[in-house]
Design a protein. Structure first.
Lengths: 440, 391
């Protein structure tokens, strides 16, 4: 039996528009894009030119600091655009895919790390501290894989796993050759309890129990000087496919969910796929926000955007910027979700589904209420004090309070409940970036 | 609603940067955000959805929680006036309430105008949104002063506390001391005669606009605690305990009724705005200390009487629980609350010159709250440091 860790702190938000477990395959849609910004901490160097022909698995760009870390094309085709922004920053590299898909063949017999680097899958590793793309020169203390995402409307990994169990196991076994692997699952994922070559831990509790950072904090917290790598469940499947077939196949099963989606369900797509292929005719036209990822940690994009590298779901919610809600400070607001008892969500039970829009619903203030973050922050860290240390730029105190253990996503629920409306994820991201620069 | 929206949309260009009436930006902005929930949506890179709670709603609910004590306080002002005038049998409920309203309303208005005025100016100057903290302080301040406190004194004290106890530190959320208590402390030390003096301050003794009664002569009416301090144990009448629970005793406007305060306290606990840990531990700390003092034969006041007399309940429910100035860690809240109760009763019993200790106790512990938190957080820090060494 796997060890069970019960988590009390956290919050599950019941949102409207959950994806049904039906998987639809989307036809090859023409253009794909790989976006360097999806890989945090990366300085991209584009290694292809517009008009080049690439196979699935050929590098599109590499890390300037560690050129052996490659980021590869999900499809075979022609490089159609290297999109650049201000100061020639690379925004995306686009590939128009061929009718006939061809993939580069890799030799899977050699060193696993070299293979992952060559095939571009190493880039999917994220390392803590800093929550950035892993550095191949470092030796991680362990590799953590969270096989579930507990955020509202997030992908149910069991749906993605169906039929891919062998690949998942092969992926875990490959990772185990690099370092000890810890797998975090939720109580419903019985099929994963027997996964071998790793230590399985069951996390039973509300969001953010599925965050790998929370799991690390409870299994083996990161100390100063230590490095751990993390990978999401579906990316482990990528590794498994590579080990079994010798080809890179970045196919994902993503959830299309949210209150503005007409028929929320799962789609089999590839990393970098154009979102119009999923969204066309399937979402309400006006006043919607398309999110690459889930409502808590995902990035706002457009209907013409591309599936982000790490995104396991696409969420569409109302933007709400013309809501003009009257006298919010005193009205009962029965249809509004709040954890606070000055609203009536507690009365309507946890079964009621809410369609929450993207409004902040208040003005930014200094931290006023105490203990708000701690209630939804299931780590042995004083979240409020850590945020203050980051805001004041006190690096010694950040270290002392455990900044090496956290990633922005761990603060997502705290940011949701915050009555002072502080942008906690942004604060943590900026803090980590500064710290990384200082420690470099 | 549409008309209101249009109105704000129409005047907005005038108050924005470079507009003709830019000096009123914070004012218009403040009223607009009260009229409508801001339509601003979250930025890229932050969480996409938000809880509907904001500081406006929190502060509004604290004000609602203060209403029972305030309304009862108004009635009690009229009741005490009729009592000293010997006209209790002739006075009507409505008459007494109306008298109280007339006596208290100017204080509320002065407190809000001075305090919010400064807040609007500061918000304009710092180019920030107006902060809601003073909505609560502004109504607490008239409730914790004697009914006869002159308006000019109140105005000076409010200005002093808003500027020096709050804005200088950076506004709501950054202040070390509770601004309402600083107002009271300022009055207490600057104008002691008007705050306790010869014990004529607690009851309004003249009629207002024909309402209420003129007392035949200046009558000394001490609060029960004042009486006990003034005349020793003999002057203390245990029968007042029932009146202290209902609130029909002389005292600061809002502090007298235990029942009315308890109603507000329940709302604060239910909505989770006030920490139950702080509230409970203040009462426990006060009760234990009261019992100890009694056991040592230092006082004849029963331990439970300490909890209902004077400003103890009001302080415990509405001021010790101020989230900004109290301890922010969960363990720290217990220590913070217990020490407030302890210090308040200690001052009451051991300091013969000062019958009420709640104000000083809370201010004193406001000062120490960061230290308590420091110790609690330090434990987490040491644990982490130790883990790194023992790995």
């Amino acid at each position: 039996m796997a060890k069970v860790i019960k988590l009390r702190k956290g919050l599950d938000i019941n949102l409207k528009g959950k994806a049904t477990a039906e998987v639809t395959t989307v036809k090859c849609p023409g253009e794909y894009a790989l976006i360097p910004d999806d890989f945090c901490g990366l300085k991209p160097k584009v290694v292809v030119k517009e008009g080049d022909n690439v196979l699935a698995g050929d590098a599109l760009f590499v890390d300037k600091v560690h050129p052996e870390v490659k980021f590869v094309s999900p499809v075979s085709g022609t490089v159609s655009l290297v999109e650049r922004g201000e100061r020639r920053k690379v925004l995306s590299v686009r590939v128009t895919c061929d009718e006939q898909q061809n993939a580069k063949e890799f030799n899977t017999d050699g060193d696993v790390k070299a293979l992952l680097l060559e095939s571009g899958l190493f880039g999917f590793f994220r390392s803590r501290p800093y929550d950035v793309v892993a550095n191949p020169d470092e030796t991680p203390k362990a590799i953590f894989v969270s096989a579930f995402n507990s955020m509202p409307l997030a992908q149910d990994f069991s749906v993605a796993l169906k039929g891919q169990e062998q690949e998942f196991q092969a992926g875990i076994s490959a990772l185990a050759k690099l370092a000890k692997v810890y797998l975090g699952i939720n109580p419903a994922q019985k099929e994963l309890e027997s996964t071998t070559d790793c230590e399985v831990t069951v996390f039973d509790g509300p969001a953010p129990a599925g965050n790998v950072g929370v799991q690390i904090n409870h299994i083996s917290p990161i100390n100063k000087g230590e490095v751990v790598w993390t990978m999401s469940g579906e990316e482990v499947i990528f590794v498994g496919r590579l080990m079994l077939t010798g080809k890179v196949d970045l196919s994902r099963v993503v959830a299309l969910a949210g209150s503005e989606v007409i028929a929320p369900k799962y789609y089999k797509v590839k990393v970098g796929q154009k979102l119009t292929t999923l969204l066309e005719g399937n979402v309400n036209e006006e006043g919607v926000r398309v999110i690459n990822g889930n409502v808590m940690t995902g990035l706002k994009t457009t209907k013409e955007g591309f599936l982000a590298a790490h995104a396991t779901e696409v969420t569409v919610i109302p933007e709400g910027d013309h809501a003009d809600e009257l006298l919010g400070w005193i009205m009962p607001r029965f249809n509004t979700f709040s954890t606070h008892r000055s609203y009536f969500s507690w009365l309507l039970g946890s079964k009621k589904e809410y369609a929450i829009d993207a409004r902040i619903k208040g003005g930014e203030r200094h931290m006023i209420m105490s203990g708000e973050y701690d209630k939804v922050f299931p780590m042995d860290i004083y979240a409020g004090y850590l945020i203050k240390a980051i805001v004041t730029g006190d690096i010694d105190r950040q270290e002392a309070l455990g900044i090496y253990e956290v990633a922005p996503e761990d603060f997502a629920i705290a940011e949701f409940v915050d009555s002072s409306k502080l942008e906690l994820q942004r604060i943590v991201r900026e803090g980590l970036d500064i710290l990384r620069k200082e420690n470099a | 609603m549409k008309a209101l929206r249009n109105f704000f949309d129409k005047i907005k260009p005038y108050v924005e940067e470079g507009g003709k009436y830019h000096a009123f930006r914070s004012l218009v902005d403040g009223f607009e955000t009260f009229a409508f929930v801001p339509n601003q949506t979250s930025r890229v890179g932050s969480v996409n959805i938000h809880d509907a709670i904001d500081s406006k709603r929190i502060m509004s609910f604290v004000v609602i929680a203060l209403m029972p004590a305030l309304l009862f306080g108004m009635y009690n002002v009229g009741y005490q006036n009729a009592l000293v005038a010997g006209q209790l049998e002739n006075a009507t409920f409505v008459g007494m309430f109306l008298y109280g309203l007339l006596a208290v309303l100017p204080k509320i208005i002065v407190s809000y105008i001075v305090g919010l005025g400064i807040e609007f100016v500061v918000a304009q100057w710092k180019n920030e949104e107006i902060q809601e903290g003073f909505l609560v302080s502004g109504i607490i301040i008239p409730m914790i002063v004697p009914v006869t406190c002159p308006l000019w004194m109140l105005a000076i004290a409010v200005a002093f506390s808003v500027i020096l106890a709050k804005e200088i530190f950076g506004g709501t959320g950054m202040n070390v001391f509770n601004p309402a208590l600083i107002t009271r402390a300022f009055l207490f030390f600057s104008y002691p005669a008007a705050m306790t003096g010869d014990y004529t301050v607690w009851v309004s003794q003249s009629s207002i606009f024909g309402c209420g009664y003129n007392a035949p002569e200046a009558i000394t009416t001490a609060t029960p605690l004042g009486q006990a301090a003034l005349e020793g144990f003999s002057g203390y009448d245990s029968a007042t305990i029932c009146n202290a629970i209902t609130g029909l005793i002389p005292g600061s406007i809002g502090e007298t009724s235990f029942i009315a305060i308890a109603l507000g306290g329940l709302l604060l606990l239910w909505t989770g705005i006030a920490s139950w840990k702080v509230m409970l531990s203040v009462f426990v700390g006060g009760a234990l200390t009261g019992w100890l003092m009694q056991a040592c034969e230092l006082t004849e006041i029963q331990w439970y009487e300490h909890l209902v007399l004077g400003g103890f309940a009001f302080g415990a429910v509405f001021m010790a629980t101020d989230p900004v100035t109290s301890s922010r860690t969960e363990c720290g809240k217990w220590v913070y609350g217990l020490l407030i109760g302890f210090v308040a009763v200690l001052v009451r019993v051991l300091n013969p010159g000062y019958p009420e200790g709640m104000m000083l106790a809370i201010l004193f512990m406001n000062l120490f709250a960061p230290l308590i938190d420091y110790c609690v957080v330090q434990r987490n820090i040491s644990m982490r440091a130790k883990r790194a060494i023992n790995k």
